[in-house]
Design a protein around this ligand. Structure first.
Ligand SMILES: *Cc1c(COP(=O)(O)O)cnc(C)c1O
Length: 464
């Protein structure tokens, strides 16, 4: 960007070359149909060797850099006070200057610990949109999880620069209605994963902060994709153009009192996470729980080498060339599908392209899971594994009732630095083919499901 050479050419190239390769295995349609039936039409049950292009998640599936692998060699496995811990702590606090940083093995462990301390019956936790593990961890304590994303964020084909923004008036009304004493924290998820990977503006974060201040309620970030969110702010928000990404990240952090994080996303690592906050009393209670399930406070659930990989990843993820390539490569897939007439959430999110299964499959009722039907078809036809984000994921409530989710999407998540443009061109071809025969797809019925987080393990069968 600052380099004249980057400005002269239209093509945005992958800002890396391949250093170590992994073979991919092709299968036939017949083989995939058999694997699908064995898996109960749940793509989480597949053997990954039977998947050609794996877009199930961008979580922990990215490629690490040469420098991250080198950092792994430096990992120090001292039980307490490892130098790897101090490098991790410094890297986190450079971007997020919270006083207390508590390492965890992944994001949901941070959520579990935090909500065990501050959740409980009668409490309500607002969020722009809770991610599924966040909602489950809130609800597991008996608290209520409420999603308050702006109305634009619930309309898949509506273009808005910050569709992840919180509805600030609704937030204010909720806190007034329930009483600040019953709202232990307000969460903002950046970017809004379950709402299409859409960003939140600085202006919105400031407005949320003002509401929190007025009611005396702390504000936490679910920061899993903080760097992608910062890039969107730099690209789209007035006055932010050309600003160094780490500065934008620090401003977001400065508006909050704490955060949960999965380093499997914008940590550019394969495992890890943290919980951070300024409140020393709550942090002490969280550390006590950490020791019960995760480990000593200087490693959490992580090896010293994992802490090193994350520390290095945090320096790479805020690099502008990386972020320009990252966000552009997601938009490349979304734009091509849009041009081919496939309904997608617009504009493209940061980490994923979301197919609008409800719009593509109007003949399949939401309670017959159009997203699950579409995800199964993409695997069957092309060996592509996506993930239903819709009624399977969100339709079942703690009281056992079932209602359609706000949207029925199929998420094609893009692992970081993993697939090339020709892999993505193949995905475009397969999705376009499946969409051209959408009328042939049938809905699904659940034949077996667990009480919570059913999308991971439920089994399905096609309806006739
Ligand atoms: C992935 C994710 C989490 C949970 O993190 P894990 O590392 O998978 O446990 C929480 N919130 C959001 C927004 C996420 O994307």
């Amino acid at each position: 960007m600052h380099d004249a050479g980057m400005q002269r050419w239209h093509t945005i190239i992958e800002p890396f070359r391949i250093h170590s390769v992994e073979p991919m295995r092709s299968t036939t349609v017949e083989e995939r149909a058999a694997r699908l039936a064995e898996a109960g039409f749940n793509l989480f049950n597949l053997h990954a060797d039977d998947v050609l292009i794996d877009l199930l998640t961008d979580s922990g599936t990215g490629a690490m850099s040469r420098d991250q692998w080198a950092a792994i060699q430096r990992g120090d496995e001292s039980y307490a006070g490892s130098p790897s811990w101090y490098r991790f702590l410094a890297a986190v606090q450079t971007l997020f200057p919270f006083e207390h940083v508590i390492p965890t093995h992944q994001g949901r462990a941070a959520e579990k610990i935090l909500f065990s301390v501050i959740g409980g019956p009668g409490k309500v936790v607002p969020n722009n949109t809770h991610f599924d593990t966040t909602r489950a961890n809130v609800e597991f304590t008996g608290a209520e999880a409420v999603d308050l994303v702006i109305a634009e964020g619930r309309q898949p084909d509506l273009v808005h620069p910050f569709k992840g923004n919180m509805d600030v008036e609704a937030l204010d009304a909720l806190i007034t209605d329930r009483g600040a004493a019953n709202v232990p924290v307000v969460f903002v998820t950046i970017t809004n994963n379950s709402g299409g990977g859409q960003p939140v503006s600085l202006a919105n974060l400031r407005a949320v902060r003002a509401v929190c201040d007025r009611h005396g309620v702390p504000l936490f970030l679910d920061g899993c994709r903080f760097a992608e969110n910062a890039w969107f702010i730099r690209e789209r928000e007035d006055g932010q153009q050309g600003r160094p990404v780490p500065d934008i990240v620090r401003e977001m952090a400065g508006l909050a009192d704490g955060m949960t994080m999965s380093a499997k996303k914008d940590g550019l690592a394969n495992i890890g996470g943290w919980l951070a906050m300024n409140d020393g009393v709550i942090a002490a209670q969280c550390r006590n729980l950490l020791i019960l399930t995760e480990g000593f406070p200087t490693y959490g659930g992580l090896a010293g080498r994992d802490l090193e990989a994350i520390a290095q990843g945090l320096t790479e993820v805020v690099d502008e060339h990386y972020l320009q390539y990252r966000i552009r490569s997601t938009a490349y897939l979304a734009d091509a599908l849009d041009a081919a007439g496939v309904p997608v959430v617009k504009p493209a999110g940061g980490h994923a392209v979301y197919l609008d299964a409800r719009a593509l499959l109007p003949h399949i009722a939401p309670l017959h899971y159009p997203g699950q039907a579409l995800a199964a078809a993409l695997y069957r036809e092309g060996g592509i594994r996506g993930c239903e984000i819709g009624t399977v994921m969100f339709g079942r409530h703690p009281d056992g009732t079932e209602t359609p989710a706000a949207m029925d999407l199929v998420r094609l998540a893009i692992p970081r630095r993993t697939y090339t443009q020709s892999h993505i061109d193949y995905v475009i071809e397969v999705v376009t083919f499946v969409a051209s025969r959408a009328g042939e797809l049938r809905g699904m019925r659940i034949v077996d499901e667990p009480p919570a987080l059913r999308h991971f393990t439920a089994r399905f069968e096609p309806r006739d």
